[in-house]
Write a protein that binds this ligand. Structure first.
Ligand code: ZN
Length: 161
């Protein structure tokens, strides 16, 4: 069976940057399970998995920033009143905070904190990065009618409801 629209794919991955450094890996943990063709994973990864099979040897997919978490946008660096920032602990540089936007809450990286204002960066931490995924497909199956209706996977690794 091949990875195709409306199939449930279970795979292990190791995510690396172009310089070879590893960011995260599912190896020795639970594999990732997703419904193919529904935009549940980044577009470049979904494209690279299309047509692959569980019999394939481990392979790698290189995803350009535009097909991953987007290009870095300098306009998303901004200065905001501190009262508009919510943080878990003390607001300091190099920690994450949350701002309210028209599209709902958004995570930002705090760059610098002044007396009344803070400089933050709302770019995704992986924006502007080419990502390299090393992939090992464990299983491919057809999605159930219910999964297709919901647009996500049920059972182990998926939604429990
Ligand atoms: Zn569901």
């Amino acid at each position: 069976m091949q990875v195709a629209k409306d199939h449930v794919v279970t795979f292990h991955y190791t995510l690396k940057l172009e310089d070879g450094s590893t960011l995260e890996s599912s190896v020795d943990k639970e594999p990732l399970v997703y419904l193919h063709g529904t935009g549940n994973i980044i577009p470049g990864l979904e494209k690279g998995l299309e047509g692959k099979t569980a019999d394939d040897e481990e392979f790698s997919i290189t995803v350009a920033a535009a097909e991953a978490y987007g290009e870095y946008n300098p306009e998303l660096q901004m200065r905001l009143p501190i009262k508009n920032l919510k943080s878990q602990g003390k607001l300091t540089a190099n920690t994450m905070a949350v701002i309210e936007t028209e599209e709902g809450p958004r995570q930002v990286m705090v760059i610098k904190v002044g007396r009344f204002h803070a400089d933050v960066d709302a770019n995704h931490p992986l924006s502007g990065q080419t990502l390299v995924f090393e992939i090992n497909i464990e299983d491919i199956r057809e999605a159930t009618a219910e999964e297709l209706e919901h647009g996500h996977v049920h059972g182990p690794g998926g939604h429990e409801h």
